[in-house]
Design a protein around this ligand. Sequence first.
Ligand code: ADP
Ligand code: MG
Length: 684
Amino acid sequence: DFVLESTLDPATEADREAQSLLDAAERKQKSIQAVRESLPVYDYRDALLAAIEDHPVLIIEGETGSGKTTQIPQYLYEAGYSKDGRKIGCTQPRRVAAMSVAARVAEEMRVHLGREVGYSIRFEDKTSEKTVVKYMTDGMLLREFLTEPDLDGYSCIMIDEAHERTLSTDILFALIKDITRYRPDLRVLIASATMDAQKFSSYFDDAPIFKIPGRPFPVDIYYTLAPEANYLQAAVTTVLQIHASQPTGDILVFLTGQGEIEQAQELLRQARVALGRRIKDLLVCPIYANLPSDLQAQIFNPTPENARKVVLATNIAETSITIDGIVYVIDPGFQKLKTFDPHTEMESLVVTPCSRNAANQRAGRAGRVGPGKCFRLYTLWAYENELEDHTIPEIQRSNLCMVALQLMSLGINNLVEFDYIDPPSVTTVQKAIGQLYMLGALNAKGEVTKTGRRMAELPLDPKMAKALLASAKYHCSDEIATLCALLDVQSALYYRPKAEKLNAEKAHQNLVQPGGDHFTLLHIWEQWVQLEYSESWCRENYLQRRSLLRATDIREQIVRLLERIEVPLESNPNPADTSGVAKAMLAGYFSNVAQRQRGEDSYKLAKRKETVLVHPSSSLREAKPPWVMYYELVMTSEKFVRVVMEINPEWLIEVAPHEFKPSDIVDKSKQKMPKFLKKARELI
Ligand code: ADP
Ligand code: MG
């Protein structure tokens, strides 16, 4: 006893504990080092650095998971590209990827995230003075051009996941191509999965292509014999079949969004309860854009011995994020895609079949650790005959208003002849310019006005930016900033579990305020702040606390931006009169108004032909006021307007006298060609 006690000296014990922690850390670091060296890109480290040295623009093509995103910026750092205080920047099309990759690289480099390695996404900047390796969304780099048009703070820019061809990536291509002409020191890397490299090379004046061969294992592909009526149910069934009959290996399922992923999670939970303890445990991990980061990290945890992991992912797992250990892929063959109709100016998210290219990428995910299997929930015939080769680039299916304002603020005036890798339609460009003109961001000569410059400072849709500027006049910037944040999260704010549907509806009904959905949102915000972000209040009212927390962050950022655009932070001086708030919003959204049709439930969009309905989620669905302003137009079974406010049509003449004349607000039969469009045509 005596001897034992003496060895249990507290100092020694603490030392031992510290030593064992150090040992664990060292083991972890050693294994991180081993993983780094095992990645395909590692063998090409020196050749790659030499090629980068020799060529201002280099196209890098490599299998997903070969280490492009996590390793190449580190190689550049190790080779001294940040010695002169300049940064190494790497863009990602997706927020989640930027965050998760930055976290991984910080760990590999043994630094705190946000110090030497950081990330920047809209409304969240996790970088510091010290940051030398910076991951960011492509949209954020595009914004940086406004303050630093030559990207002088960077020694090297890697445009990653170039094959995704997001709107921002496409615009970055052109802007960066231009910079390389007068900054020969800048190194530009265009990195993509194994697609489109030739196209990128031609666009960048025949820049060389550096190939990193992957080491994929064969993947067997299985098709269904007949089309599936319900792919979600089919996917869940396939998970259970694999789990019951196939050897060890994790499963990756591609779904189209958060809603589907949550449904699948629930179905799998029920099935697991039904199966009881008869089979090994199924560990279900979701991954999608709005998933909180602590849960995102979970998908990378190694699967315990007695379990099988099922990752339910959006197409984020196609190329942006690699999860080790996947042996089985289930591909229903769908994705959610943004579309834009320049004639109706309607942007919508539609579930569409994925491209053949995407299907092949998805299948490839099964062959990283060993031979894999991919179960396509569609027929071979559909694969061969129904899928498109490529997804249409986003620039050809988006509203270009925000991008047009950014480019014009950079002094690029001819948006039709801009050096696009694939050009958007002329109609879309005209519509964007027309909208900017209507909002007062451009003058009659097509030049960016002072208002336009201030709008461009804000990382917001130009309509919202205009509303924020207008709030100064009505002394309610506080309310408009709040709306701006809440409108960003509104689609994930209310929560209605099936089993408690009635309670949830009642709770939501109790939150409703007169005047429309915007005022309900403001009321929710007031309560949220008054009750100090209460968790139980959120639960009682069936509101997603996560969305409110995010709105809180966004609002904070917007309040900070108000200073930049010189709008004082003021709250509506007379809360009983909400017309100021309404007018400020209307100053941005005056083109989103609709008039009720005589004797009908439906509305006609002002100055357009379309007929729409008020969405069932709106509190004005029953009241049906004569005039409404809406936040968005969505197309499901019908055309619906969502997040709706009642307006007095006279306000239109006050906030947008150039667009609305007294005759517009009484006589609905007249249908003139909108004047702005004629003007927009003349501008080009
Ligand atoms: P690529 O960009 O070529 O597709 P990556 O650099 O993204 O390849 O991935 C290289 C490796 O890093 C993969 O094995 C991946 O699993 C691993 N990895 C990436 N992010 C994380 C993370 N957050 N945690 C653990 N491993 C990660
Ligand atoms: Mg990558």
